[in-house]
Design a protein around this ligand. Structure first.
Ligand code: HEM
Ligand code: HEM
Length: 239
């Protein structure tokens, strides 16, 4: 059942599951990036390993172990996310037709040109960002898995497959860096910063929610007037 109360000061936006998945993906991605770049081997070339506490960054045994541990965390979080939201039939964050056009409208409105459209739980640009980062994460996991098979040495993989896999793994890394930079860059806009408490405590300011996510709030109110025995709305996050 949704705990959202649109009339109180704060409104619940994410339950424990959503925050657990977000921060596990964020943390594991950062560790995967650092350990992957260490393997390239950028840490030795740019003497990162001579900095205090960073001697490990060019040690292949250490970076590979870190890479495997973080990969396990990433795969766990992604699997949990897909199974949970699939079972609950919560698809509010998946892209919709016209999202690119609407994202441009939102960016223009944040720069003071024109009005923002009425938004659902997620802004169109968030749905686009989700698809972009999510697609790149799937690519990095699939190619990473093939690289693990190569390392286990149980199968003789052809050299063209190894070359293609490594190229795609590196391409996915590049796309993830781009996606995360765009994601963090979005918080340069003051309006977007109101979402940050939601990823920490689970709640956002209800005034912000009703002004910016009117479609979502209307769904939550509809769910509450129907009574607790019915879902608030098909796409509303449960705690
Ligand atoms: C300090 C770092 C980060 C902060 C403060 C942060 C914060 C946030 C916030 C506030 C949201 C919006 C949630 C909502 O609509 O209620 C979000 C969504 C999201 N985050 Fe992060 N995040 C960080 C790092 C990352 C990293 C490293 C990744 C991925 C590798 C990531 C992936 C996502 C995705 C896929 C979404 C959903 C799409 C979107 O809202 O753009 N985040 N994050
Ligand atoms: C954000 C996610 C990830 C990033 C940024 C990343 C980045 C990198 C980079 C830069 C390398 C070194 C260059 C190369 O050999 O291609 C690498 C190697 C590797 N990665 Fe990843 N990776 C990620 C996720 C994963 C995952 C999920 C797995 C496993 C399922 C994985 C498995 C491997 C393996 C086995 C290697 C080769 C190690 C070796 O040389 O023996 N990676 N990764």
């Amino acid at each position: 059942m949704s705990t959202a109360a649109v009339t109180t000061d704060a409104i619940r936006r994410h339950g424990f599951s959503g925050r657990f998945v977000h921060w596990t993906v964020a943390l594991s991605t950062i560790v995967l990036l650092a350990s992957g770049l260490g393997q390239l081997p950028l840490a030795r070339r740019y003497m990162v390993d001579t900095l205090p506490l960073l001697g490990w960054s060019s040690d292949f045994g250490v970076t590979l172990t870190l890479h495997y541990a973080a990969a396990a965390g990433l795969i766990l979080a992604v699997t949990y996310h897909v199974v949970l939201h699939g079972l609950r039939r919560e698809f509010a964050i998946l892209p919709r037709r016209g999202d690119l056009r609407e994202s441009w409208q939102i960016v223009k409105a944040m720069l003071g040109r024109g009005e923002e459209p009425e938004n659902d739980k997620y802004l169109a640009e968030q749905r686009v960002a989700y698809a972009f980062i999510g697609g790149s994460v799937v690519l990095v996991i699939v190619t990473g898995y093939i690289k693990v098979l190569k390392n286990l040495g149980e199968f003789a993989l052809p050299s063209w497959l190894l070359w293609t896999t490594t190229s795609l793994h590196n391409l996915a890394m590049f796309l993830i860096v781009l996606g995360v930079a765009g994601h963090l860059g979005a918080f340069l806009f003051k309006a977007n910063r109101k979402l940050i408490p939601g990823m920490l405590s689970g709640k956002v300011c209800s005034q912000y929610a009703s002004e910016r996510h009117a479609v979502w709030c209307a769904q939550l109110e509809l769910g509450e007037t129907r009574g607790s025995s019915q879902p608030a709305a098909p796409d509303a996050e449960r705690p």
